[in-house]
Design a protein around this ligand. Sequence first.
Ligand SMILES: [Mg+2]
Length: 97
Amino acid sequence: MKQYTDQLLRNYTHIPYQIWNEHLRQIKKWGIQTHTMFEWLTYITEELGSLAKAISGYEYRNGEKQRVIDEAYQVATLAIKIAEMYITQDGVNLKGD
Ligand SMILES: [Mg+2]
């Protein structure tokens, strides 16, 4: 089976743009969300499952590479949001209400 080597974030300058676009897509779809951290953990776990499915599809069933990339960005975006919630304000929503 094909091996993949860490690319050392050499394309890092382009990643924040992809994360920002995914963030905007999520906000448009779901609005600004407030949940317990265990609910957030459930959502990122669901996305991780989707990433696993996309990887399996690509590696075993001629699935699309772009699907893997998109799902990875969805996981990454939620992970960054979780980090930000702990960094900023213990999960209080950003609207200030
Ligand atoms: Mg997904």
